[in-house]
Design a binder for this molecule. Sequence first.
Ligand code: FAD
Length: 471
Amino acid sequence: APTIVLFRRDLRIGDNAALAAAAERGAPVVALYILDETTKGLRATGAASRWWLHHSLAALGDLLRKAGANLFLAHGRTEDAVAKAIDASGANCVFWNRRYDPSEAGADARMKAALREKGLTALSFDGALLHEPSLLKTGSGGFYKVYTPFWKAMAEEVHVRDPIDPPGSIDGWRGELGGLRLMELDLLPSKPDWAHGLRETWRPGEEGAQARLRQFIESDLANYERQRDYPGQPSTSRLSPHLAFGEITPFQIFAALRRSKSSGTSKFRSEIGWREFSYHLLFHNPDLAGRNFRPEFDAMSWRDDMQALRTWQRGLTGYPIVDAGMRELWRTGWMHNRVRMIVASFLIKDLMIDWRHGEKWFWDTLVDADAANNPASWQWVAGSGADAAPYFRIFNPVLQAEKFDPRGDYVRHHIPEISALPDRYIHRPWEAPAAVLKDKSIELGKTYPYPIVDHGAARERALVAYQSLKD
Ligand code: FAD
């Protein structure tokens, strides 16, 4: 009888343990993706991620077809769609790769128990993470709250296996499941179509992910440690959306790093380690996106300023580096890590707006929106997180910009209306003499905004609020 393989955020055929096990079993394979917007407790996919998902499913469908199998699509509660697929195909096995968001892991555990109760075989496999969060424990049996000892323990205790080859051919099940077509999942934006910047920037799917990895290793890995903080000369891998959708695995990345002769691999590995750490935290703290990891932050008096929030979202704060980041995000669905830290610090500390508003905006607009990395990073910047930035670290957006975008390349690229400013004013247009502004046809308050807050005063306000939590 056939084997059903469930695809979720593991949209690949290489290093896919569940698919490999199904192919090896010898019976026909029913490859199934279920868009589940019904099961309680699952977080709704953001708009940019829906765009990515559409294209990633199209790419997966192509690869599966070439290997011999159809990708079946369904919409609804996972357990109902699986039950339907079992009825239609006569399958007696259901395989999937594990998920680590506790709400998803809980739903999978319930499904496994229900299937087994019916006498079916239900098996889950590893794939998304180098480590199993339930197995890696501190000396006292708890979970890790600080990155450095976590990563050390990973190095000592976790065996990084080799990736699994994609199945050469798959004996795809030939029946019908009432066939939804991809367009019918309705994942793409219609009016307005805001996705052209995404289309220009990305190639979703497993082949796009592998090409990205190859290009990164050939061109940028050697300079990664030195260059990774400079958003104007992008040198990071941009693998994040591919990782978020499971189009590539950390096992494949580590294997490619082992094969490369490049230096700089240990810094890059340790960044992948932050992803492992975020998942470790999420697994042990299910409400990472909703609740302060440090409960003393519940007493913080955030400002309820929706106007300021909108100004930040649109990239109109008057601080060029912040606005460039927010516009990069809106246009391409991605933002450089250094700039993510700057815009997040600005929202939380300069505007005193609850980090959860920023987390939600990122969740909706990032193509790499990740259930673990996003809330863990926001909590890190806010200071409410596990291994968090110290409360007195308040990024100065101008100094950060001058350090990491010294010639203003990044800002000029994303904010054309001030691109003609000389370097010395590009990160502080309000200090430019009137004659310079006039010469460049820049009218502050009209063609580009004045700063929404004075950073010095905002910093003092934040320090008082943070200090009061400590007291
Ligand atoms: P590279 O530098 O090439 O790193 C390779 C991979 O390592 C990344 O793809 C990512 O999977 C992982 N990684 C790198 N840095 C971090 C980090 N600081 N924390 C966790 N994992 C990391 N990353 C997401 O994948 N999804 C998110 O939703 C997300 N939200 C963030 C929100 C904020 C406020 C901040 C400050 C950071 C966030 N990050 C998030 C982490 C980081 O910014 C991105 O992973 C990184 O910019 C992706 O670009 P890259 O693939 O070129 O990174």
